[in-house]
Design a protein around this ligand. Structure first.
Ligand SMILES: [Zn+2]
Length: 255
């Protein structure tokens, strides 16, 4: 199978047409007609993942976060981005990134996250392009907030951060990654609790002002769950795939 064939397979699962306008999802590096030896699926196509790919004999990396976003005018070893691109070129790596299209698609990151969190999805919210919908909204059967948080902590291997300002805890919205900018959309959809990642201090203040419960389960933790799902999808099409999952890219000290 060639790189362009794998691109088409991903496009069938997570159509690139539904990616956000500002995004840079797609075939970002390499030769479309190159024969694929082995695929590495990863959240980030960073040096760690690229070195792993080379060691494992993979010439195609599928990353969630775009390998290239804003391109510099020089590709040299004087910048981090330049070194990354040079490494990929010198090691004949082909790279496809499925970003916001993978957040929004049917069976994508937000569906996977909602299912893992034990939500019964009742609706979707925040339209993207071409009929894509970013977030998921659902109900749950947890007896208490504490029970939900301990479930979330164990399935995602994360320490939740949260602020509860609304006594109601019935209708939960999930937006994987960094979704605190979706608070007003969640509120407009009649949600009492938004689960996302990457929440700044000011987001908790704003959430309190509008009466929304806010739970932060981590950017990495709410997204890396897609790696085995995407790898399995590719395996089901007879491709050889390696998953690059690291426990977390950021360390915490055991004080
Ligand atoms: Zn992300």
């Amino acid at each position: 199978m060639r790189v362009k064939d794998v691109y088409n397979l991903i496009d069938r699962y997570a159509p690139f047409a539904i990616a956000e306008e500002w995004d840079n999802a797609g075939f970002l590096m390499g030769h479309k007609d190159a024969e694929v030896t082995k695929i590495l699926v990863t959240l980030d196509a960073d040096f760690c993942a690229m070195e792993h790919a080379v060691k494992e004999g993979c010439n195609l990396i599928i990353s969630h976060h775009p390998f290239i976003f804003d391109t510099e005018k020089q590709i040299t070893d004087r910048s981090g981005q330049g070194r990354k691109i040079l490494y990929a070129l010198e090691n004949h790596l082909n790279i496809i990134s499925a970003h916001t299209n993978l957040d929004s698609c049917e069976g994508g990151i937000n569906d996977t996250l909602a299912a893992l969190l034990g939500l019964n999805v009742t609706e979707k919210f925040i339209p993207t392009r071409e009929g894509g919908m970013l977030g998921r909204i659902g109900t749950h059967s947890f007896a208490s907030l504490d029970q939900f948080l301990s479930h979330a902590a164990s399935v995602l291997n994360v320490t939740p951060r949260y602020r509860m300002v609304n006594a109601s805890f019935k209708k939960i919205a999930v937006v994987s990654g960094s979704g605190s900018s979706c608070m007003k959309d969640a509120l407009a959809a009649g949600v009492d609790t938004l689960v996302t990642g990457d929440c700044r201090y000011s987001a908790y203040i704003e959430a309190a002002e509008i009466g929304l419960n806010l739970i932060d389960l981590g950017h990495f933790e709410t997204e890396q769950i897609i790696v085995p799902v995407l790898a399995e999808y590719l395996r089901s099409h007879a491709l050889t795939v390696t998953e690059h999952i690291i426990p977390t890219p950021i360390c915490t000290s055991e004080a």
